[in-house]
Write a protein that binds this ligand. Structure first.
Ligand SMILES: C[S@@+](CC[C@H](N)C(=O)[O-])C[C@H]1O[C@@H](n2cnc3c(N)ncnc32)[C@H](O)[C@@H]1O
Length: 347
């Protein structure tokens, strides 16, 4: 990271933050492999043989237990795993998300078609009886084979519409299609740092671009801050709005829009004193960098999961000094990490 930022003068490097190195993941994305009689939840191995990941120590013990039970569930429901090579079968993935605060789960079956839904529904009551912590159950339909795991259509089978999480004192909600950080302990520390860094700056207006369910903005806003959150996924925006209501924040506007389009449309209007950006791995891109440089908010808080695109974007934003950098070990046992940076406008 220091090499990537070698061309910038950084005033403060804060010590890295890490969390537990096992049992930390709140999301399992399991490929369903094997056969209907002997399903395996995991990933395809290098030799093509299924690798079972139900007891992967990255997941908390209750999640491992539920994953084992889900393997049996698939067998009992008689749903054939989808075979990419033959373009046959029904069940592509099982996506399981756990709320740290309650140990409650959201369970999603990614299916090729609706064909197997009645068999899943038939087995569900027994599963829910055995695991009352399962609060949301859906089917996602992904009829085509493509890199994107999930399709557009989500069908609710049982339970509630969303899972509730709490980071620090902030309630956050997860719905099937909303992005949510996968390491709750480190994510809570990340949001708390953002809040601690911005508090002395007492911003009157904040834009939280690529806001997801609102974690950054909701941590950093007070009742007197004007908070605008922008996110492309409407389900995430619905979650952010719900959190804001629970927090009693009235001066907020969360909108489902493209962040660059929003900035292009608003640059001349109402420039906030702080812009938070937390984009996907590709970064914020040249157009948004130009736009930020042009309307020049006093501070930019950039949190990134990809140091390469972060370094590229920082080089493309003109007129700022890199005040502070801190690494968060959000993805233990990998080369990836989250980086939080604070940029101050050079006046
Ligand atoms: C790394 S996640 C961060 C989400 C959130 N800040 C958080 O802390 O959970 C990036 C988010 O950007 C959203 N996104 C992707 N492309 C976007 C775009 N063009 N405009 C706005 N949001 C976008 C994704 O849906 C995702 O929620």
């Amino acid at each position: 990271m220091q090499q990537l930022l070698a061309s910038f003068t950084v005033t403060e490097w804060l010590p890295p933050v890490s969390g537990a190195d096992s049992g930390f993941r709140n999301k399992a994305k399991m490929v369903v492999l094997g056969t209907a009689q002997q399903p395996v939840l995991g990933i395809p191995g290098p030799d093509g043989e299924p690798v079972n990941l139900c007891d992967c120590p990255l997941y908390p013990a209750d999640m491992q237990q539920l994953l084992q039970r889900l393997q049996l569930f698939v067998r009992q429901a008689g749903v054939p795993p989808y075979r990419v090579d033959k373009a046959k079968g029904e069940l592509k993935y099982i996506l399981l998300t756990r709320a740290q605060v309650s140990g409650e789960f959201m369970l999603r079956f990614v299916l090729r078609s609706t064909e197997a839904i009645p068999r899943i529904e038939q087995q569900l009551p027994a599963l829910l009886h055995e695991f009352p912590a399962i609060k949301v159950v859906t089917v996602n339909l992904q009829p085509v084979h493509m890199a994107r795991l999930e399709g557009e259509q989500e069908i609710w089978l049982a339970g509630e519409q969303r899972l509730r999480e709490v980071f620090n004192d902030v309630p956050l909600y997860m719905r099937p299609k909303s992005f949510f950080q996968t390491n709750p302990q480190v994510a809570a520390a990340l949001y708390q740092s953002a809040r601690d860094w911005l508090q002395p700056l007492a911003p009157t207006a904040i834009w939280d671009l690529f806001c997801g369910v609102g974690g950054f903005g909701l941590h950093c806003a007070t009742s007197s801050t004007r908070l605008t959150g922008i996110e492309i996924e409407a389900e995430a925006i619905a979650c952010a709005q719900l959190s804001a209501a629970h927090l009693g924040l009235e001066n907020v506007s969360f909108q489902a829009l493209d962040s660059t389009d929003f900035a292009l449309g608003n640059a001349a209007l109402d420039v906030p004193d702080v812009v938070i950006v937390n984009p996907p791995r590709r970064g914020i891109g040249a157009t948004l960098c130009r736009q930020l440089s042009a309307f020049a908010p006093a501070h930019i808080l950039y949190s990134s999961c990809n140091s390469q695109s972060l370094a590229r974007d920082l080089a493309a934003i003109d007129g700022y000094h890199l005040q502070r950098v801190q690494l968060f070990d959000m993805f233990p046992h990998t080369d990836h990490f989250e980086v939080l940076t604070l940029l101050n406008r050079i006046d």
